[in-house]
Design a protein around this ligand. Sequence first.
Ligand SMILES: *Cc1c(COP(=O)(O)O)cnc(C)c1O
Length: 390
Amino acid sequence: MSHLMNTYARLPIAFTRGDGAWLWDESGRCYLDALAGIAVNGLGHAHPRLVKAIADQAALLIHTSNIYRIPHQEQLADRLCNLSGMAQAFFCNSGAEANEAAIKLARLYGHQRGVDIPNIIVMEKAWHGRTIATLSATGSRKAQAGFEPLVAGFVRVPYNDLDAVRAVAEHNRNIVAVLLEPIQGEGGVNVADIAYQQGLHALCGERGWLYMVDEVQSGIGRTGRWFAFEHAGVKPDVMALAKGLGSGVPIGACLADGAAVDVFKPGNHGTTFGGGPLVCVAALTTLKIMEDQGLLANAARQGARLKGGFKAALNGLQGVVEIRGQGLMLGIELDRPCGDIVKQALEAGLLVNVTSDNVVRLLPPLILDEAQADKIISILVPLIKRFLSA
Ligand SMILES: *Cc1c(COP(=O)(O)O)cnc(C)c1O
């Protein structure tokens, strides 16, 4: 009997080392990694420049405390603000914590404006994390069940439906912010329409609400731009980042701009581990390598190759609902639950994931090359066809 808490129905496999887009298991078998630790390992595994930067920093200084200045944290804030056009950053350790910071910021923003019971609009099928507040913001009853009472103050609307948000605005005077994933990850790789994002952003501006985006999964180059919001050309007031930011060391960030700037004052929010020297060096190095290797353009290129390949092979097939996504954040929706495809792909030497029961999800590393993209297609297409005809 395992001494691990039973929180994951794990696949019976453990990896011992990686190199680029490849992973090796305990028996020495090799796998093509089209999941990248769920959008974390953008540089692939064991990138030599990243490994050296982390090792060098570990030998100098791993942790001090946020009660002192942390120059690497200041540099990382500068860098992320330069890339995004945002003005300020707070660093934490995970996506959930980045959203917690966003939620607390929005509530404080509301109180500072005389809204005593601030509400935040959130979306159906949203995923914002597993802490009590972010779980309450999450749109999955399955994830929430058994953890009631949930945190109050969230108003849920359908995704991609601007009229639903307008309807809430009509009668609810307590709204202070909207929280949106420009592309929903766990919810099934659902892409928000450009016009919807622009309309929502404009509505937030009119109403004095904060326009907050959760780019924990879609950010840091995944969609072919640094941030998915760039595709719609509307800059948020608050943005949550995490997964791809540190290439596997735990780091999250909550960025603020416009009316969200300087809402927090000393004592309002904090963290012991967040934004320490080691993780900030890992993030700075990740961003530098992404730029030097042109990984945004590569994500766009290989993403288009994958999407095109899947569409050519699977579109119109009985049982295939839609092939969608942006850059290297792709989903193939089937008309039935398809969790078994994960195991079948594993047996064929390919790591993928199924989310929302019936969406095969691909989140390969941003260093993916053409041959690897073609290999993903050549393994997955016959497997999906066989699955659908069984
Ligand atoms: C993964 C994810 C989170 C939660 O991040 P953790 O690091 O697991 O806490 C939040 N939002 C989105 C969009 C995610 O994909």
